[in-house]
Design a protein around this ligand. Structure first.
Ligand code: F0G
Length: 466
């Protein structure tokens, strides 16, 4: 299939460099594992011209206000890059030569008001930016369009990733659109069928490895040094650049009126790093005047960042053997922990953990609002409740939750929750009773009018108040 090439007039020549997050080494190119050649730490993409003379030299003299109006005007354009909710903000992305943009019209995700969840959490104003409304159903698409486009530009035939499911679905789709082959490494039995089925349909060579996500990622890191495959995990800093646009689009949707808090789930910690990078860059470029607090929530059973901050002051990673029903964030050794620690410190955000039951309850509450999300995303609401109780989120403050994946991405979890057997055989089994008012199990009936009418009457008596 030919690449989805977009002739994009006005794309500027390459103007970014790689910068090591630890030893600050600068380089113009990166090795296949995207590690610093000096100290082996992660690289990030930086724009030296911004530091020297602000935005003006990079964007031909345009101010923050000009940028805002350019981005708004592009909403009226039907050019493929402008229809992308990522490339529409291309002034804050690494520049790419014409003809290499691979897009599925990612981004452009809705920001929903959440009045019921706001009441439940005890905050006056709560909204959710739903990244699960991306083309392959998760926030990964925003990063993948940029990373896949640069892989296409570099002429790679194969792109590869380790994944808990969503990355693989997204990468496989963008590979197919860009005319590249894709190799997926996923933990056997630990990802949902809906994610696995996407990778298969999009044509990926899909390997289910007898290990966990961390094992898959380790193996991939070795593979890229031996085989001509290009790795598209969030260690790849182009992914982070694309995922930044989530925060830019959010600010634009809020008319540049900042929320007090942004809350995001944490797994491998690429997304929190990306959102934080975007906030800091937007502040440095004068697009926003202060920083919202960015907080990360993890599952108790996959709480490496929580422990790293509490037990090691954020100085060294405390890895864990991850175990949670939220398979998307079942990660014990998050690759981007150092980047995440920095953005939490820079924005003054918190890091919390929630139990499996708290997560399941929050997921049902988000669903009852008519929104829905996958289990990993629901940790945000569960975490918010805790942050309110602790007084970290104060009365009167506004909050945005980042919902990272679509409800349809893990139907097993949802169905087991409503049937009441989500935690069968686990220590949480008895707590499901407390959640019975949220459960709506399917009802099997004889196909008679009477049966359905009786069921309707009963349901009407027990209807939840709006
Ligand atoms: N939410 C969802 C739905 C995810 O799929 C992931 C990560 C996260 C949150 C955590 O984001 O890793 O940037 O901190 N999913 C991975 C994958 C790792 O392979 O799809 P993170």
């Amino acid at each position: 299939m030919p690449p989805s090439a977009i002739p994009e007039p006005g794309v500027r020549p390459s103007d970014f460099r790689f910068h090591c997050i630890d030893c600050s080494h600068w380089s113009d190119s990166a090795s296949p594992d995207y590690r610093c050649p000096r100290c082996g730490d992660l690289l990030e993409i930086s724009y030296p011209e911004w530091n020297e003379s602000g935005m003006s030299s990079r964007a031909s003299g345009v101010s923050a206000n000009d940028l805002k109006s350019t981005w708004k005007q592009r909403r009226l354009s039907s050019a493929p890059a402008d229809l992308s909710g990522v490339w529409r903000f291309r002034e804050l992305l690494p520049a790419l030569n014409d003809g290499h943009v691979v897009t599925l019209r990612e981004g452009n995700t809705p920001l929903y008001e959440m009045p019921q969840c706001a009441r439940i959490a005890g905050v006056p104003h709560l909204s959710a930016k739903h990244q699960g409304m991306n083309p392959t159903g998760s926030f990964k698409d925003a990063g993948m369009t940029v990373a896949a486009s640069f892989a296409h530009h570099a002429g790679y035939r194969w792109i590869a990733c380790a994944s808990t499911g969503n990355t693989s679905a997204s990468m496989a789709a963008y590979a197919a659109r860009g005319g590249m082959r894709s190799l997926v490494l996923v933990p056997e039995g630990k990802i949902s069928w809906s994610k696995l089925s996407q990778a298969l349909d999009y044509g990926a060579v899909t390997c289910q490895l007898r290990t966990d996500f961390d094992g898959c990622l380790r193996l991939l890191q070795e593979l890229v040094l031996r085989a001509p495959v290009h790795q598209l995990n969030s260690i790849n800093p182009f992914r982070i650049e694309g995922q930044k646009t989530l925060a830019i689009e959010l600010m634009e949707q809020m008319d540049w009126q900042l929320p007090d808090h942004i809350i995001v789930p944490g797994g491998n910690l690429g997304n929190s790093s990306a959102i934080g990078k975007a906030l800091l860059e937007m502040r440095d470029l004068g697009l926003i005047s202060r920083l919202p607090k960015l907080s990360v929530i993890q599952a108790e059973g996959a709480n490496a960042l929580v422990r790293t901050l509490r037990e090691a002051g954020g100085k060294r990673l405390i890895g864990v053997n991850a175990e949670t029903r939220a398979t998307a964030i079942r990660i014990g050794n998050p690759a981007s922990w150092k980047k995440a620690v920095r953005v939490l410190e820079a924005t003054g955000g918190a890091c919390e953990q929630v139990s499996e039951v708290e997560m399941a309850q929050a997921k049902a509450e988000i669903g009852a609002e008519g929104i829905g999300c996958e289990p990993a995303s629901a940790v945000t609401l569960a975490g918010l409740k805790k942050l309110v109780k602790q007084g970290f989120v104060k009365a009167g403050e506004s909050v945005v939750l980042i919902l990272t994946g679509n409800l349809l991405k893990d139907p097993d979890f949802t169905i087991e929750f409503h049937r009441g057997d989500l935690f069968a055989g686990t220590p949480h089994e008895s707590t499901m009773t407390a959640l019975s008012t949220l459960r709506r199990p399917p009802i099997v009936l004889d196909a008679t009018l009477d049966e359905v009418l009786r069921t309707l009457e009963q349901a009407d008596k027990t209807a939840p108040s709006g």
